[in-house]
Design a protein around this ligand. Sequence first.
Ligand SMILES: Cc1cc2nc3c(=O)[nH]c(=O)nc-3n(C[C@H](O)[C@H](O)[C@H](O)COP(=O)(O)OP(=O)(O)OC[C@H]3O[C@@H](n4cnc5c(N)ncnc54)[C@H](O)[C@@H]3O)c2cc1C
Length: 379
Amino acid sequence: MNYYLTETEEMVKGLFSEYVDKRIIPLRAELDEKDVFPEELFKEMAAQDFFRIMIPEEYGGMSDSIMVSTLGIEELSRGDGGIGVTFAAHTITSKGIVLYGNEEQKKKYLPGIADGKLFTAFALTEPGAGSDAAAIKTRAVKKNGGYVINGTKQFITSGEIADICLVIANTDPDKGYKGLTAFIVEKGTPGFSVGKKEDKMGIRSSVTNELIFDDCEVPEANILGELGQGFYIALGLLDRSRIGIGAQALGIAQAALDESINYSKMREQFGKSISAFQGIQFMLADMGTSIEAARALIYQASRNVDSGEKNLTTGSAMAKLYATDMAMQVTTDAVQIFGGYGYMKEYPVEKMMRDAKVTQIYEGTNQIQRIVIASKLLK
Ligand SMILES: Cc1cc2nc3c(=O)[nH]c(=O)nc-3n(C[C@H](O)[C@H](O)[C@H](O)COP(=O)(O)OP(=O)(O)OC[C@H]3O[C@@H](n4cnc5c(N)ncnc54)[C@H](O)[C@@H]3O)c2cc1C
């Protein structure tokens, strides 16, 4: 399918694709096994200016187009789902500063992000507030012209490597979700520490942490947007980040199809390659078709954001829902095509199946996406 990408989009896709083939695919099994953040690879990506694609030119970047980020995330995830989500989470927190930051905050943080020197994390989820994000208990109380934050954030992507975290806290519990405010909290701020590192089923090159705020004092200047705007900022970012998770799922699924095609041509049973059997051909045809359908939805949702469309929520939820359910099915089918070898760690597809699972869970579970979509349909 031709998606008529612009010259810049083709260039970014090509650069990321080349890097993935050369540097990430040869290392992906090791990254999964080691379960650590691949710092060296991220330094290399910074040297190749990969982080400039999330920042506008005036702050040292080269683009703040969601379509460009989508292509970058899709390609990185074709190499490794963990690297893909690390990049996606960083993109979206950076987007928070681009969209809602004041000039001072943009000048302070965006050039460092573009250079690859500053890394970010987005901290919304809490032990008692997952799908119900409005139930956030982390408190921020005004004191000495600043705010004192107390609470715990759960399952935060890149928590331990982030230089700055975007933290959603409650500044006025009487106002419900209208009492939530977004704060920028810098690493090293007294009272801010990183807790447990999660031991995960998949995306193991991405680190996931608990974040602890214990009388953590931040200046008022670190409020992102307005006091009480935190819930709307979170929703505005989720409209964009759900497309990124869709792109992650798409990249994982594409890798699973690529591996399945190669394996089915090579593996022989009953005197011929298994790709000669219609049972396998139909599986490959369905995998290819659903991948392309997901790609069309994700690219269109990205174009909607870049065109300044106002209502992004339904399109983003549909793209995320379809692409992530698709990736789970396609990676499961890939394991089936590989037969017993697919179940073994020696081959890459069982990792892809493990990596795909989480895409149905984070950035709003797929039940939550269905609730969002149905509420629009039934309006
Ligand atoms: C690897 C990983 C990385 C993550 N990274 C981040 C991050 O960087 N920042 C961040 O803020 N969060 C992050 N999260 C958190 C993630 O967004 C939440 O896990 C997710 O939103 C679900 O919340 P929960 O885990 O508390 O599940 P729950 O909300 O407890 O849901 C449990 C089950 O109940 C279902 N359910 C809940 N409510 C309803 C309903 N109304 N109707 C039907 N079904 C319902 C859910 O779909 C799910 O199946 C991450 C999670 C993981 C696993």
